[in-house]
Design a protein around this ligand. Structure first.
Ligand code: ZN
Length: 337
């Protein structure tokens, strides 16, 4: 991974530093540019100002202690790289928490430079009253090259997989007044050898193609990706590879909850599971903190353990995502795709 500080400038009353850094993902800036969508030269342009509904309803809540318990339980399975027995156990664990919910799968075999692996995206669907879908996603696999280490991805994969389970608890059985919500546990996000266009995002690249072919993509109003947001020192990036207006909504959601100081003090260009959906024109936002430990030192190391996380961070990120959904539900019309 390289980390280049380009310039810093004031935007949105904050001081933004523009940096280029790869999310997961150990690749250099030129690779990143090649992977980014057509318009995605990292930009420090101010986020668009939107006319947003003043009232987004009562503020959301989650049980962050329960979410943290899920993190611990997922991590307790050990490393869960694709193709492993632990991976299967975590699939079963997720499904056990979705009993009675409408669950769909996108299962296939991925051809990789390390061989062929079964891949399974898991989608839990909760119907709303408005026509359209908001997807909230997290990957659940752990980094394959670290498969023979003690790497358990407490932050990188487990924190957000757990958060989605808690979202399911909050949504389940309620009449959703807005769009349908689909919770998506993506698989094989990680590279098996070295991050590149062809060695990464196996699950979401396949799913995006499926959703394009079966017409689902047209119905998706927003794709909210969560990644690495359990860090006790939470500083979520503004991602210039995400849809600017949706980033504005996320920032507004954080502001309404009083959490804005944890958001968007840096601008990065991130390569993550949102890119295959961005390429289809689906408004997408990667909600990620890519500064995990000083200089991101815990990322993709066996030091990515539960003691670095906090329930408060899960709450900040989780409630912000749900508040963003509340705002989106009341935005009529949404900005054009
Ligand atoms: Zn990772």
């Amino acid at each position: 991974m390289i980390f280049i500080r380009i310039v810093s400038l004031p935007i949105l009353l904050l001081s933004f530093a523009v940096t280029f850094v790869s999310c997961d993902h150990d690749k250099d800036a030129s690779q990143m540019a090649a992977q980014a969508p057509a318009t995605a030269a990292p930009t420090d342009a101010p986020l668009p100002k939107l006319s947003l509904p003043a009232d987004s309803g009562p503020p959301p809540a989650i049980d962050s202690a329960r979410a943290m318990q899920y993190v611990k339980e997922i991590v307790a399975f050990g490393p869960r790289p694709i193709g492993s027995a632990n991976h299967k156990k975590v699939e079963d664990y997720i499904l056990a928490h979705l009993k009675g919910d409408e669950v769909a799968f996108d299962a296939f075999t991925a051809d990789t430079v390390e061989g062929r692996f079964p891949v399974r995206n898991i989608i839990a669907k909760y119907p709303g009253t408005k026509d359209g879908i908001i997807v909230i996603a997290s990957h659940y696999d752990t980094n394959y090259p670290l498969r023979d280490t003690t790497f358990v991805g407490a932050n990188d994969g487990a924190s957000t997989s757990a958060l989605l389970l808690e979202f399911a608890n909050q949504i389940r059985g309620k009449k959703l007044d807005g769009y349908s919500i689909w919770l998506l546990w993506t698989d094989a996000e990680e590279a098996v050898k070295e991050w590149s266009d062809s060695d990464s995002l196996y699950g979401t690249r396949h799913l995006a193609t499926q959703w394009q072919q079966d017409g689902t993509a047209k119905k998706i109003k927003a794709f909210l990706l969560t990644d690495m947001i359990g860090d006790a020192d939470l500083d979520i990036d503004r991602d210039s590879n995400s849809t600017p207006w949706l980033e504005s909504v996320v920032y507004e959601a954080a502001t309404r909850l009083g959490y804005q100081s944890h958001f968007f003090a840096r601008v990065n260009a991130l390569s993550d599971d949102h890119l295959p959906f961005m390429k289809l024109g689906i408004p997408s936002a990667d909600i990620i903190d890519i500064d995990y430990g000083y200089n991101n030192v815990f990322h993709h190391t066996p030091q990515d353990t539960v003691d670095k996380l906090s329930p408060k961070s899960l709450e900040i990120a989780g409630c912000t995502v749900l508040e963003a959904v509340n705002i989106l539900d009341k935005m009529d019309p949404l900005p054009p795709k």
